[in-house]
Design a protein around this ligand. Structure first.
Ligand SMILES: *Cc1c(COP(=O)(O)O)cnc(C)c1O
Length: 345
């Protein structure tokens, strides 16, 4: 068996959802876009539905259609990208709820699917998705008459609790929505941690469910074990990998492992990552290749069959730090070639 084993702990994901839910007095939804941040929406979403999640968020209508097949008719599935031209049939056939981002989307929705549930996304300064104040002022009254299921906005800097953008966006969201008879949502994982002022009627955590920053108390949800394909002895002065960029400073034993940048083992981890054999760290040496990496196992007492890249010795966030990225990117990059094992119950 040369494929790495990615173990995904569904119980830990459920526990993280319960922990985030316990921090607020409002409804807690779940964001499962990008295949549940790379961990498998087909496995993750039904577990969260059993925990009591009634509303799921995805990025695009196609993801919503796939999720509907996995979840059955009951939960609501809301789509961040709203109602794009060409989405009408998907939205109608799979009973998706678009979060309308512009007057054009609102017009399309009301013409193509009158009476169909929808929500509204407002821009409060991130300048990515949603209606800005001027557009909202034009259509707010008409939109509210049609009873949107939710009016939401998104924080740009919620992972930095002291950032002045947080109270600025909160204030703007209030000004754009106060006095309107409609459920509201502003917080993702970072916003939940900012406290009750940010919670409104519903929160939308993603990354916190999957065990990464900014929810640092989260239970880890993934473990990645990489099989050793081969071990060889190098004399002092011999080199390893593309570009001969690593040279043995002592007689060394070098293990070749089955993972590479095609599996989300980012090439920026070359010469940087640590892999673990039980409690002992072993440095990745040389460059990450497409399918293989080389690791210095000289200091291990015996030849390992596997080394652990993500596990008790090193979490997703630590590895992301070494790669110069964030847990979100590390998780969504986890490769399709890994054999996936799901733990639950
Ligand atoms: C991705 C996303 C979320 C979830 O954010 P996390 O930081 O992963 O909790 C919530 N709302 C919107 C609009 C998003 O794009």
């Amino acid at each position: 068996m040369s494929s790495a084993i990615l173990t995904i702990d569904l119980d830990a994901i459920a526990e993280n959802w319960r922990a985030l839910d316990a921090m607020t007095g409002c409804e807690t939804a779940a964001v499962v876009k990008a295949d549940a941040y790379g961990l498998g929406a087909a496995q993750v979403a039904p577990v969260l539905a059993r925990e009591g999640v009634q509303r799921f968020f995805v990025a695009m209508a196609e993801e919503g259609a796939a999720l509907r097949a996995q979840l059955g008719p009951d939960p609501d599935i809301l789509v961040f990208s709203g109602h794009m031209p060409g989405d009408t049939d998907l939205i109608a056939d799979h009973r998706l709820t678009p979060l309308l981002n512009s007057i054009d989307q609102l017009t399309l929705q009301f013409e193509a699917l009158p009476g169909h549930p929808f929500g509204i996304q407002l821009d409060t300064g991130m300048n990515r998705l949603g209606m800005e104040w001027e557009e909202w002022a034009v259509v707010a009254e008409i939109a509210i008459e049609q009873h949107p299921v939710l009016v939401m906005s998104h924080l740009a800097c919620a992972d930095e609790p002291d950032h002045p953008m947080n109270p600025y966006q909160l204030d703007l969201f209030h000004q754009m929505t106060d006095g309107m008879d409609v459920p509201r949502s502003l917080a993702a994982t970072g916003g939940i941690l900012l406290g009750p002022d940010y919670h409104f009627d519903l929160t939308r955590p993603g990354i916190g469910l999957y065990g990464a920053a900014p929810f640092v108390q989260a239970r880890p949800t993934v473990r990645l074990d990489l099989p050793v394909v081969q071990i060889r002895s190098l004399r002092e002065g011999e080199v390893a990998g593309y570009g001969n960029s690593w040279q043995a400073a002592r007689p060394s034993r070098i293990a070749t492992l089955s993972t590479g940048y095609a599996d989300g083992m980012l090439r920026s981890l070359s010469h940087k990552a640590l892999l673990w054999h039980e409690g002992t760290p072993c440095p990745l040496v040389g460059r990450v290749s497409m399918d293989l990496v080389t690791v210095d196992v000289t200091d291990l007492p015996q030849e390992p069959a596997f080394l652990t890249l993500i596990g008790p010795g090193q979490g997703v966030d630590q590895l992301a730090d070494q790669a110069g990225t964030i847990g979100y990117e590390m998780l969504t990059a986890l490769g399709p070639r890994y054999a996936r094992r799901y733990l639950s119950g």
